[in-house]
Ligand binder design. Structure first.
Ligand SMILES: [Zn+2]
Length: 239
């Protein structure tokens, strides 16, 4: 999951901008986060305002900038996050953690919890995966009654296949890093492209710079743009 930088509450006439109704936040959110679902990473011109703490859980946060992200209908809706209870202290979030370290991306559109982090970090990654249901794909026994309409895995699979097609072309000098990134940014799924181009720092550098809203501080510029923990001071969960 792409880690993002979310700007502070935008100001208007010297005071925090009003987001009543909350849909007024859409353009400001896209300006800071880019046109991508904060959870599944799909590129979309039809993203919804995602209330991190749902209105069922706390309606006093319904117009609060700090409680917004952008999400596609699947991640935001029934079968996704919907109005499930959220606890920031037990789940990774893309604007608070380096969520690239939370998950592993694989062939076939598959996503799993990254086995590398241990203990609490891993539990927090798992809690996020379950909150949004990103690992819903046909045959996953965790979800026996999965809706056929949930095609997030399929879009991730297509991104993986495009990245695998571009990889040898890049390595043969037929495609530049810019060619790859121009295509990737119009489709989304930075995490997939980043995973496939893991051995090519110039591509990784351009990916994290070109996907608007990516938290570039989550990647080590002095070490091949390897992902690094976002909260190193935390004893319990540095991710
Ligand atoms: Zn989504």
């Amino acid at each position: 999951m792409r880690p993002v930088i979310k700007s502070a509450w935008p100001q208007e006439k010297g005071r925090p901008k009003s987001y009543i109704p909350h849909t007024k936040a859409n353009n400001d959110l896209e300006a800071t986060l880019g046109p991508y679902c904060s959870y599944c990473e799909v590129f979309s011109s039809d993203l919804e305002i995602e209330h991190i703490i749902s209105q069922d859980q706390d309606d006093t946060l319904a117009h609060d900038w700090d409680n917004f992200l952008l999400a596609c209908g699947k991640c935001n809706g029934k079968g996704g996050k919907s109005n499930k209870p959220v606890d920031f202290t037990t789940m990774h979030f893309p604007h608070l953690n380096n969520t690239f370290l939370s998950f592993s991306y694989k062939e076939g559109g598959l996503i799993t919890v990254n086995p590398a982090p241990t203990g609490i970090s891993r539990t927090h990654a798992e809690n996020m995966l379950n909150l949004v249901g990103l690992d819903k794909y046909p045959g996953n026994k965790k979800y026996p009654k999965q809706s056929q309409n949930d095609k997030r895995w399929k879009h991730r699979k297509i991104a993986w296949e495009w990245a695998m097609k571009y990889l040898p072309e890049y390595e043969a000098g037929q495609k530049t890093a810019q060619d790859i990134v121009d295509f990737a940014t119009q489709n989304g799924f930075l995490s997939v492209w980043y995973t496939v181009f893991a051995n090519h720092p110039p591509v990784k550098q351009l990916l994290i710079r070109s996907f608007a809203g990516t938290a570039t501080n989550c990647f080590d510029t002095t070490n091949s743009f390897q992902p690094v923990p976002r909260n190193p001071e935390s004893q319990t969960d540095p991710i």
